[in-house]
Ligand binder design. Sequence first.
Ligand code: AMP
Ligand code: MG
Length: 497
Amino acid sequence: MTSPEPPFGFAFDNSYARDLQGFYVEWQGARHPDPQVIRINEALARELGLDPAALATSDGAKVLTGAVAPAGAQPLAMAYAGHQFGGFSPQLGDGRALLLGEVLDQSGARRDIHLKGSGRTPFSRGGDGKAALGPVLREYLMGEAMQALHIPTTRALAACTTGEQILRDSGPEQGAVLARVAASHLRVGTFQFFAARGENDKLLQLMQYTIARHHPDLRDLPVPEAALALLRRTVALQSRLVAQWMAVGFIHGVMNTDNMALSGETIDYGPCAFMDAYDPATVFSSIDRQGRYAYGNQPGIARWNLARFAETLLPFLDPDDDTAIRIATEAIDGFSDIYEADWLAQMRPKLGLTTAEDGDFALAYAFLKALEGQGADYTNSFRALGDVVLGDAAALRAQVTDPEALRDWQEEWQARLARDPLTPKARAAAMNAVNPLYIPRNHLVEGALAAAKAGDMAPFDLLLSVLSAPFAAVAGQEPFAQPAPDSFANFRTFCGT
Ligand code: AMP
Ligand code: MG
């Protein structure tokens, strides 16, 4: 059903539907008993040329939950495959989601509007096609927090309830739909779907679409050069993204290849979380029993996923199989150096460095080593470095159980700072602009979601507003910068299904 009224403002231009026929199934969302908009991201709506007031109406709720397609939308479920926890599933696809269509935002950038939780599709397998309110609001919060931290991410446009109870392991939950916006929903798994079927014509079409959408400057290259350039660009985007995650202590939790976006955005916030005490083995996801996606494993997993992407491009890299494999291997082998440079580019400003010296990598790494096993809150330890620069070392010492463990490192760091030109005041200000004070701490997120599920959105709104400005200290917001209480030491997140 298509409804032109009221004028939500969607000016759809659906390149995926138009250019990639055979890569998706046209589909409609479910009719829900009582769709209600509970939150609209007004600033994002306006960025997309949408009218937030119109979207907040009952007609808007039908659109945002997938029951009614607005004029110009071409709702579809995308086909994709993926390696999940290392094992290959040749068919995943949008089992509870729809791509409504694409719009051009105010800067001219093409953005997908996608609904998650909109009902069963031909890709649902055993699933109910639904999403629960808690995970929907969690994705909303996490995406906005990442955006404010300047980390590429999909973003929530709206959260709706459906008026339906859905069944989860934890018991009945309120059904909900997240409307989200992404630079695209092209995934490593999208390429894997066609590679696994040996459909090389489609794979080439997909490669050309991806290049036109995300790297238009590569469009006129011959196929082998284009394939290699796309691979290298994707390596670069993922390396930088994961370096940014590592810098803020973000753990994605489910880095399956179907959850790796070719746009370089963070996508599919499920059992993700920010690390509290620094420990590279940190895992929060209840389904990640082997710790495959632990904090410290994320760069290695990114590389592994990129190798799976490279495999899908082999037919285009060179007509000779061995040569193609050699080219792909070289590109993937390049990841380690690229990642090291990206990580250091994150760490230098976090440590207050504006110049480069050979010893900086070791210095940054030694800080993390000094925090390890000390119960040191990752976020607050970095934030405390700004205080040290201003002459107050107490805040840093307070982060660790044994302050002596930091003494040597601190001396070395301060000797290094003496060779870097900034004044203490300017340095501390620069550090506080990259070392966040407010992150979505697990106990705060859980508290806000529990209140929301009980009908009280005030804690969610407050947390969302604190997270939208993570760097500047605000009087009265001190509780938001406190580490998790000890009762959260064994905190687990559950898959957002
Ligand atoms: P995710 O873990 O959310 O990235 O999803 C992995 C795959 O499982 C995707 O193909 C999803 O569409 C599918 N999926 C997850 N939850 C459901 C659900 N409740 N119903 C149907 N499919 C689902
Ligand atoms: Mg996913």
